[in-house]
Structures are given as C-alpha cells and as structure tokens.
Design a protein around this ligand. Structure first.
Ligand SMILES: C[S@@+](CC[C@H](N)C(=O)[O-])C[C@H]1O[C@@H](n2cnc3c(N)ncnc32)[C@H](O)[C@@H]1O
Length: 251
C-alpha cells in the first residue's frame, strides 16, 4: 500500500535572501512606519508609488511577509503536498501583483501564462522587467465590475491575490473583480490576517465572501492557517495568524 506523504507545512519564514547593506539600511528606516502607512489608502498609494521596489521587498522580508510563498505553494504543489497542482498551462491572473513576487515563484515552477494587475505604475515597471508576466495592466480594483476591464473578464483558470486584503488596500468589492476574472470552475487563492476574517469587520471581506458563497458564486474548497509577522514588531506586523483561502468559481 502506498502511504500519502503528509502535507508540507506552510512556510513560516519569508524565504527572500537579505538585500545589500544600503537597501537593508533604508528598509530598516521604513519598518517602524509601516502601521502608519497601512492606515489609509492615500498613504499606501503614496508609499507604493515612491518606495524603491528593492526597498519594498526588503521591508517585506524584514516584517516576515510570507503570503506570496504560501499562496504560490498552494497553486503549484501536488495535492499530496497540500496544493491544488494546477496544470502548468493554466492562465493565471495575479491581482495586486506588486513587484511580482508570486509570478517569480510560479514562473520557476513552470507557469508561463501569468497576467498581472496593480494600481502602482512604480511596481509594474519592475514586475515587467522580470519577464515573468505575459502582460501587465495598471488598474485599480474594487470600483465595480462595470469599470473592470472587459478583456480580463471570464478569462482565467486561477486568480491569486497576495497581501491585498487589509486596511489601505483593496476594498471588498475587489472580490467581485476576482470572481469576474475567473472562468467558471476557476480557482481563487488568497490569504489575509485572521483579524480581517471576521463577520462584522469594517472591511467586510468575510461578509462579502460569505454572501458570494451563499449566492452560489463561489465554493470554499479549503482554508489553512499560517503565521506571519515578527516578535519585535507591533500592530499589523506582530506575529499574527493568517488564513489561506482556496475558492472555486461556481457561477
Ligand atoms: C503588500 S503589496 C503586495 C504585492 C504583491 N502581491 C506581493 O505579494 O508582494 C500590495 C499591492 O496591492 C496593490 N494594491 C492595493 N490596492 C489596490 C487596488 N485597489 N487595486 C489594485 N492594486 C492595489 C498595491 O499597489 C501593492 O502593489
């Protein structure tokens, strides 16, 4: 009898290599301000539009932002390793793609048809330079699917969303965009800190997804927990449990 290998534990640490001393020094100056930056959409837009992408990635390493690795692992891992093992020919849309961390991993795993969208032109330039995305679009999500790009609708086998459902980032209506981008049967993989995954939370992510599930738009396939954050940090960047969500578009 063949025994199934136990599922790989979700990565606990952001596996990025430390950056050069200059970049690290600058990122260390940003870390104490991250709670303030993430307190409003205006401050986030300003930060994402002006920070050097290398400093952004180093800052994310310093706060142990491991969402991209957990989300990508879910897409590419074999089922016995806890993933959905999406065919390498799958068309993937990475929403809020930033500097392209998710595509960097998926591309290494053999995925070639990845599209990215993000509100930050600053980050899109870097994501384009990596060559891991087939196409990239500067786009603000969550403003209603009437304004959501027609060419992106019902076009993808999978949508990934890493580090985008939190204060100052995508509004709950971006979940309609994620749904609209998927083909029927397509898979949505995302994660958020569990403090946001509460009914009645002012951001409304769980209320919105529960409603979409109840209306038969999505089916919840799987949830899993992972930790992110650092012991010496506070607020959003303290060690906090995150919930990984895997959903299938039903209708
Ligand atoms: C924490 S970063 C995560 C980036 C990338 N997914 C990663 O894992 O590194 C959040 C990203 O979401 C983008 N973003 C935030 N709100 C957005 C919105 N409403 N529409 C599109 N992009 C948005 C920001 O520009 C930024 O690149």
């Amino acid at each position: 009898m063949q025994l199934e290998k136990p599922a790989d534990p979700l990565p606990l640490r952001c596996p990025l290599e430390p950056a050069s001393k200059d970049v690290n020094d600058e990122a260390l100056r940003h870390v104490p301000h991250m709670n303030d930056i993430y307190s409003s959409e205006e401050k986030c837009i300003q930060w994402y539009g002006s920070v050097s992408p290398a400093v952004y990635e180093e800052t994310m390493r310093l706060v142990n932002f491991c969402d991209p690795y957990n989300i990508a692992a879910q897409v590419h891992n074999k089922q016995i390793d806890g993933g959905i093992n999406l065919p390498r020919t799958a068309k993937i849309l990475d929403i809020g793609c930033g500097t392209g961390l998710v595509a960097r991993i998926l591309s290494r795993e053999g995925f070639k048809d990845i599209t990215g969208v993000d509100a930050s032109a600053n980050f899109l330039k870097i994501a384009a330079g990596d060559g891991n995305y087939k196409s990239l679009h500067e786009l603000f999500l969550g403003r209603g699917i009437e304004v959501f790009k027609e060419e992106i609708k019902e076009n993808f086998d999978c949508v990934t969303a890493s580090g985008v459902f939190l204060s100052g980032h995508m509004p709950k209506d971006a979940l309609d965009d994620a749904h609209a981008a998927l083909n029927k049967g397509g898979i949505f993989v995302t994660a958020m800190r569990e403090i946001y995954w509460e009914n009645g939370n002012s951001h409304g992510y769980k209320d919105k997804l529960d409603d979409m599930i109840e209306k038969g738009k999505f089916e919840l396939l799987k949830t899993a927990q992972f930790m992110r954050g650092e012991e010496h940090l506070t607020g959003l960047f303290a060690p906090l449990p995150s919930i990984l969500l895997v959903l299938r578009r039903v209708d």
